[in-house]
Design a protein around this ligand. Structure first.
Ligand SMILES: [Zn+2]
Length: 520
């Protein structure tokens, strides 16, 4: 895909039709989480743009601050800084587990092959447990192996703000997709820990299981179970794509058990409610780099639909059948693919054919049947519908009028994933933080703005969390826009920018929820 290489696509396996209909934003419901943010007035957000009192927790557990009896001191957000070298050490330390595909001499010049629930995934999970324990977090594991590490705040009973992403990778993956998001969250916790900051509510990090869907073929399946968009049984019974050494395909549940990460906590937002979810992720596309910007404030995820198109013609001899007598399904399919590209370009979207098959497959015989996939995308649902409608009418016209004696075109819808709109409060928190972080950076963008609103071209765990709690994402620069590749790269400076924006966004949201009484 030209815009953004997907981190995952919901329901990628073609045999399985998946309709994904996330809410436009989190709807008020009877859950305590939803009630609390439904009552918030967006107009108050300007008050928390820059500074507020941060309560520092004395080592002895009382709330004495700066040696003054129990009073609060006012700290600017900019006083708290992530530690770039510590962040990078952590990223590369965790990447010991599953490192693969060496491309250079430096020890960190490898990609990753840490497929979900394999031995390397177990090792990095153990590493995550050790890190979060050292930061005084309580870590719980649910029935999907999702790991929730929570650092208690002043009001520990309220649902935590979670910073989440994933530690599994593609078989030829890199060191940043997902990994940067989890490590950014851990670095935020380290900053809070070393500064003895007591947040209003609890704050934590979540490692979602099998986001990539590379081993168990359903993307973001475990955040999907948490959101109750995917059933536990469906997820548990997913067989791995390739059989193991013993010739058997293990299920997710079997592998969760084998590596010791089948938790007892129900995998549900009801058992583990989240106040808000923030995810740092590499952009996976070329836009920030091309525009010389440093950070993306992600407002949502574009809509997409997948189809399998079948073109039926007639198999006849290549040498004896004149053009006027042909029903050439391959020629017809080629014209349809070219047309889909033109339609998507005209309407500001994307169209991609990734799979094409034909029968019978002979050099001197026309194909009687061609099937191809069509992936169409747009940031707006209405525009996506227009792309689909235009493709349907033009495909019918081309098949009938421009394919000699004509072919038949059949459509089968495989996936329908409407646009996701992240929550305004979370987007505002990320934006305020991004603006502040960018103030201290050298100006490189032609228009004088180092941050940019973005719509994600790929799906993420945040698509599912957005159904159940306010969510937003932070994008970082990705070298040459390359991901799902061992050479995937985000510079140490850009990794730290992502983590710093996360820190500011989370603390702003923590302040907001206290101000509006979520924690009362
Ligand atoms: Zn990812």
């Amino acid at each position: 895909m030209s815009l953004v290489a997907p981190c995952f696509d919901l329901g990628r396996n073609l045999g399985q039709r998946l309709t994904v209909r996330p809410s436009r934003a989190c709807k008020p419901s009877s859950s305590p989480v939803s009630r609390s943010f439904a009552s918030f007035s967006p107009g108050s957000s300007s008050r928390w743009l820059r500074s507020w009192p941060i309560r520092r927790m004395a080592v002895n557990g009382t709330h004495a601050v700066n040696g003054v009896n129990g009073t609060r001191s006012k700290h600017d957000i900019s006083a708290l800084k992530v530690n770039q070298s510590r962040l990078m050490d952590a990223i590369h330390s965790g990447c010991k587990y599953g490192a693969a595909h060496r491309y250079g001499d430096d020890p960190v010049e490898t990609g990753m092959a840490r497929l979900s629930l394999n031995d390397a995934d177990k090792e990095v999970r153990d590493w995550f447990m050790g890190v979060t324990a050292s930061l005084n977090c309580k870590t719980t594991i649910d029935q999907m192996g999702n790991m929730f590490a929570v650092r208690p705040g002043k009001n520990p009973k309220a649902p935590p703000i979670m910073m989440g992403s994933h530690l599994d990778t593609q078989p030829t993956g890199g060191r940043y997709d997902g990994i940067l998001g989890v490590n950014s969250g851990l670095e935020v916790l380290r900053v809070l820990h070393e500064n003895n900051v007591e947040t209003e509510g609890s704050i934590g990090v979540v490692n979602w299981t099998n986001e990539e869907g590379a081993r168990f073929p359903m993307m973001a399946v475990s955040s999907g179970v948490w959101a109750e968009a995917v059933s536990l049984e469906t997820a548990w019974n997913l067989p791995e794509v390739s059989p193991g050494d013993d010739g058997h395909r293990k299920t997710m549940k079997q592998e969760l058990e084998r590596i010791g990460y089948l938790g007892s906590q129900p995998a549900s937002y009801k058992a583990f409610p989240i106040a808000a979810h923030f995810e740092v992720h590499i952009e996976q596309g070329p836009i920030l780099e091309a525009e010389k910007r440093r950070v993306g404030v992600v407002k949502g995820v574009q809509a997409f639909k997948w189809f399998e198109i079948t073109v039926k013609g007639r198999d006849t001899h290549a040498g004896t059948t004149p053009f006027t007598a042909r029903m050439d399904s391959m020629l017809c399919a080629a014209k349809l693919i070219v047309e889909s590209n033109a339609i998507a370009k005209k309407l500001g979207g994307l169209a991609t054919t990734g799979i094409l098959n034909q029968q019978p497959g002979s050099i001197n015989t026309m194909a009687h049947t061609v099937t191809f996939t069509l992936d169409i995308r747009h940031t707006e649902d209405a525009k996506l519908a227009e792309i689909e409608e235009t493709c349907r009418s033009e495909f019918a016209r081309i098949a009938e009028k421009e394919s000699e004696k004509g072919c038949k075109v059949e459509w089968k819808e495989l996936v329908d994933s409407p646009a996701v709109n992240f929550h305004a409060d979370c987007v505002a928190a990320v934006e305020a933080s991004a603006k502040e972080v960018c103030e201290d950076l050298p100006m490189t963008a032609d228009d004088g703005q180092l941050w940019k609103y973005m719509i994600s071209g790929a799906g993420h765990d945040s698509c599912y969390t957005n159904r159940r709690c306010p969510t937003s994402m932070i994008f970082t620069v990705t070298k040459d826009g390359i991901s799902h590749n061992p050479k995937e790269y985000c510079s140490p400076e850009d990794c730290a920018i992502g983590a710093q924006v996360l820190l500011g966004a989370v603390l702003r949201y923590d302040k907001l929820r206290a101000e509006r009484g979520d924690l009362a």
